[in-house]
Design a binder for this molecule. Structure first.
Ligand SMILES: Cc1cc2nc3c(=O)[nH]c(=O)nc-3n(C[C@H](O)[C@H](O)[C@H](O)COP(=O)(O)OP(=O)(O)OC[C@H]3O[C@@H](n4cnc5c(N)ncnc54)[C@H](O)[C@@H]3O)c2cc1C
Length: 503
């Protein structure tokens, strides 16, 4: 370590963001940098955030976490995708499944051949070509089996549902075992360095002063450092994403574990259902401009699959992002950096990608301005593309049954999203820009699932005659069907590999 290297990192906050950051830095910095994490037992974490996307497996792998042990410790289950009910219109039901569709042929992605037959009125539903979606519909699960070359069984892509509190506790044990020092207590103030406005220390209610060189703000919606101390500013996206509140409540575990998250559209928002081993997580996300709090709570409580295990808890938020995720010597991770509602389960992923980016741009005490600018540019790009994807679910609808849906259907959308929709509508093209999070087939499933029709398909899909295309699609669907028939139910898979102790 040279004179210029960071020697002390202070993480403020111990929710999912705080402990994920602590665990990752403890692993990567190998005990050579002192890491302190401050959290207050008096200020609870949000306690939600139970549904993830597949990239989290990479995070666990970097930490060296055994997946079965992790599932047992967090009462976890497996997730193959998200089911959307009543979004494009009342009665609709489609899934956004992870992973690939079919097998690409020649130079074209599979879905271009499907579009061709679909436009000729001859293709079965898109779902038939995805092992994730077909397995999810039958409550089946197994991990990808790569020993079968070219089999769809090798294409299964999964994420997790888990108990957020147990996840943070798990990562806390992991981090403390690797030298992270936890400080219990409330932060009441920050001390800024006169010369450049960097945070020099935070002051605790006890009077203790905790100094550092790099500060990570994981204080949740309070944004203690990035906003309260540095006044970084916030881009408010409520005009595109009007939902600003949620009620959350656990209920008893259902009779069978669903290997997917369910998102059911409601008159002024939507309801989530996440099955864990010991209970089901439920929540109703809604727009307070269109529904009052009591009505929103009632709607949730009237639509549970099992008895409620607690009183519902309310959460308030504003869709948007911090103007700079990294400002001076403070990096905001988690809710302090901004918020996108959980429709596509992206917040924990954004924590993970911010941590990965922080490691890629890990600073020295000189805090290079170009590094910080590039970090912020990448962060903005990532979150704005995810924002567009979420807006698509609200905007591409024919629902006109409530003022909320009227608003969403007719609101102007960001230019970047409008361009994506126009491209698909014109000739069925989907372009993934740079390394934006969602894949082409992720966009396809939501564009199609929400009822947007492609006005054409790739001309090269016409090089095969229609009979050949039909045969090729039929073969793919047939093989997927046979593979799913061989898969165990999620219940059986968990019982064999990773059943958690009953609380
Ligand atoms: C309704 C809702 C549903 C969600 N569902 C999902 C989902 O399904 N999937 C997903 O990926 N994400 C989801 N999220 C987001 C996810 O919950 C968060 O991204 C994640 O929990 C990270 O939160 P956090 O750690 O940033 O903040 P918090 O959980 O709020 O933690 C803040 C921490 O800061 C500490 N703190 C605050 N002030 C002080 C102080 N003055 N002194 C000391 N300590 C302090 C607290 O003690 C706490 O430890 C959801 C969010 C909401 C609101």
């Amino acid at each position: 370590m040279t004179q210029k290297n960071i020697t002390k990192v202070v993480i403020v906050g111990g929710g999912t963001a705080g402990w994920m950051t602590a665990a990752a830095l403890a692993k990567v910095l190998e005990g050579k940098v002192r890491i302190k994490l401050i959290e207050s037992d008096e200020i609870s974490s949000v306690g939600v955030g139970e549904s993830t996307i597949p990239m989290i497996r990479r995070f666990n792998q970097v930490l060296g976490i055994d997946e079965d042990e992790f599932i047992r410790a967090t009462q976890g289950t497996f997730k193959l995708g998200i089911e959307f009910r009543d979004w494009g219109k009342l009665g609709d039901n489609y899934m956004h499944g992870f992973g690939i569709f079919g097998q690409d042929l020649a130079t074209l992605p599979f879905y271009q051949y499907w579009l061709r037959l679909h436009q000729a009125g001859q293709a079965p539903d898109l779902e038939r070509y995805s092992i994730n979606r077909m397995a999810a519909r039958q409550n089946k699960f197994m991990r990808a089996d790569r020993s079968h070359a070219n089999s769809p069984l090798g294409d299964i892509v999964h994420a997790f549902h888990f108990d957020a509190g147990l996840y943070a506790a798990y990562l806390r044990r992991y981090s403390e075992a690797r030298g992270v020092e936890r400080i219990e207590g409330k932060v009441v103030d920050s001390v800024l360095r006169a010369a450049d406005g960097h945070v020099e220390a935070v002051r605790m209610a006890s009077g203790e002063r905790v100094g550092g060189e790099l500060f990570i703000d994981c204080s949740g919606f309070r944004a203690l450092l990035i906003e309260q101390a540095l006044h970084t500013g916030f881009d408010d996206w409520r005009h595109w994403l009007p939902c600003d509140r949620a009620w959350a409540v656990p209920s008893g575990a259902g009779p069978e574990l669903l290997p997917y998250t369910r998102a059911t559209a409601r008159p002024a928002g939507w309801q989530w259902r996440i099955g864990l081993q010991h209970r089901t997580g439920n929540g109703h996300v809604y727009a307070s401009a269109f529904m009052d709090d009591d009505a929103a709570a009632r709607l949730l409580m009237d639509n549970l699959d099992g008895p409620a295990l607690a009183e519902p808890k309310q959460l308030r938020f504003t869709a948007g992002k911090r103007k700079q995720v990294w400002n001076k010597n403070v990096v905001a991770v988690g809710l302090s950096s901004g918020f996108l509602e959980p429709l596509e389960s992206t917040s924990i992923h954004l924590i993970q990608s911010t941590i990965a980016r922080l490691i890629a741009f890990f600073p020295d005490r000189g805090f290079s301005a170009p590094d910080i600018a590039e970090f912020n540019r990448q962060s903005d790009f990532e979150v704005e593309r995810i924002r567009d994807f979420i807006i698509l679910h609200y905007h591409a609808t024919t629902r006109a049954d409530t003022p909320f849906w009227d608003y969403c259907r007719t609101m102007p959308v960001p230019d970047t999203l409008r361009a994506k929709i126009e491209l698909y509508r014109a000739r069925g093209r989907i372009v993934r820009i740079d390394n934006e999070l969602f894949s082409e087939v992720g966009w396809l499933q939501v564009l199609h699932g929400q009822g947007i029709e492609a006005g054409g398909h790739h001309p090269l899909a016409d090089l095969l005659d229609e009979g050949e295309v039909a045969e090729y699609l039929g073969d793919v669907a047939g093989v997927i069907g046979q593979c799913v028939a061989r898969m165990p139910s999620q219940d059986a898979f968990i019982a064999e590999h990773c059943a958690a102790p009953r609380p």
